[in-house]
Ligand binder design. Structure first.
Ligand SMILES: [Cu+2]
Length: 221
């Protein structure tokens, strides 16, 4: 909805992430409007009036303290709801790993991304692998497992249209997944300060139909 208007959703879990942001926005926005409304009403209602002396309220009377404690408990209740929603999305996006249909290795280094596509046999580290710099080709409606590595410092593999952002940590192989749902060419950007060239550590992702993808692959020879 709202966020999709700003940035297309091109992965199966993008909607879940946006939903979470929308729920947080509405919850926080609701309390913001209520709190500011009450504040301005009181400022107006209890403004300076002739013959009325101002009082120092220390908040020791229970009935007065409730102006703080009741909203406080309601906000905590909302927090519990947000935490529950967050856990659901986390499980769906980060814990559940749907079976792989394709594999790709993503290597970050100062200051470029290397993408190793598995090639026609679907296996990495075989003769038909296709390696590209700053250019990732994927098929729509296909579950990809990626292996994310770094050759030097910490980078972060960010695909905004996927709502995917994952750190690449030297010495570790981080496995994750995505399922592209919309064809087109979109941005990839390093999202972790990684040195002088961090700002230009960008790449492109090309999401293609199966036919387009097979054609691209056959042209790699
Ligand atoms: Cu980087």
């Amino acid at each position: 909805m709202m966020l999709e208007y700003l940035l297309p959703q091109a992965a199966s879990f993008a909607h879940d992430i946006d939903w979470l942001f929308t729920v947080i926005f509405i919850t926080v926005g609701f309390w913001f409007v209520v709190a500011q409304g009450v504040l301005f009403y009181f400022i107006f209602r209890f403004r300076r009036q002739d013959g009325v002396r101002s009082l120092y309220v220390a908040g020791e009377v229970k009935a007065e303290k409730q102006w703080v404690s009741i909203p406080h408990y309601l906000v905590i209740l909302c927090d519990l709801g947000l935490i529950a929603g967050t856990i659901l999305v986390w499980i769906n996006v980060k814990q559940a790993l749907p079976a792989a249909e394709e594999r790709v290795r993503i290597v970050g280094q100062q200051w470029a991304w290397t993408f190793v596509h598995a090639g026609p046999d679907g296996q990495l580290d075989t003769a038909d692998d296709i390696t590209r710099i700053d250019e990732l080709h994927v098929k729509e409606n296909t579950v990809y497992h990626f292996e994310l590595l770094s050759k030097d410092v910490i980078h972060s593999f960010s695909v905004p249209v996927f709502r995917l952002k994952q750190d690449a940590v030297p010495g570790r192989v981080i496995t994750g997944w995505f399922k592209p749902t919309k064809t087109g060419q979109f941005d990839i950007q390093c999202a972790e300060m990684c040195g002088l060239g961090h700002g230009v550590m960008a790449a492109r992702i090309q999401i293609e139909t199966k036919e387009e993808y097979d054609k691209w692959m056959s042209e790699q020879g």
